[in-house]
Ligand binder design. Sequence first.
Ligand SMILES: O=c1ccn([C@H]2C[C@H](O)[C@@H](COP(=O)(O)OP(=O)(O)OP(=O)(O)O)O2)c(=O)[nH]1
Ligand SMILES: [Mg+2]
Length: 149
Amino acid sequence: MRKIALKILDPRMNDFLPAYATKGSAGLDLRACIDNPITLRPGVTELVPTGLSIHIADPAYAAIILPRSGLGHKHGIVLGNLVGLIDSDYQGPLMVSAWNRGSEAFVLQPMERLAQLVVVPVQQVEFDIVDEFNDSERGTGGFGSTGRR
Ligand SMILES: O=c1ccn([C@H]2C[C@H](O)[C@@H](COP(=O)(O)OP(=O)(O)OP(=O)(O)O)O2)c(=O)[nH]1
Ligand SMILES: [Mg+2]
């Protein structure tokens, strides 16, 4: 497995190091490293610290922060930025933008698992400026051009 540098910013996180829940898990759960419960009223977005920072270092990787499906589906707790992107050179605290898109208040408890981190490969590119593209099967068709069925 690939190693990534991890800083523990809050000593409570020593007992909650991010780990894959099962052998096949893609996501590492991120916890709300807060001192007191936070009430997320409907429509509200709060930036929540995770008590951790990572330095991926290799530009061929990034990490994304995704909602947990249970919180999102049952309680409306998703991400204010929809998806968080962690650059390989980012060294600051990992933060989760928690958005209550639901219609009921949600009380976020200290150290509760709030979101998940997925490390993904990234291909950086450079551009080759052209006047015309080579033909492709799709061409410029998009936004439903292939129909619905
Ligand atoms: O949910 C998130 C999203 C981003 N970040 C951190 C890591 C990322 O590398 C950095 C910048 O994120 P992004 O590039 O998405 O934000 P920006 O608004 O473009 O800010 P910047 O000008 O700092 O790039 O913020 C988080 O901690 N949590
Ligand atoms: Mg940016």
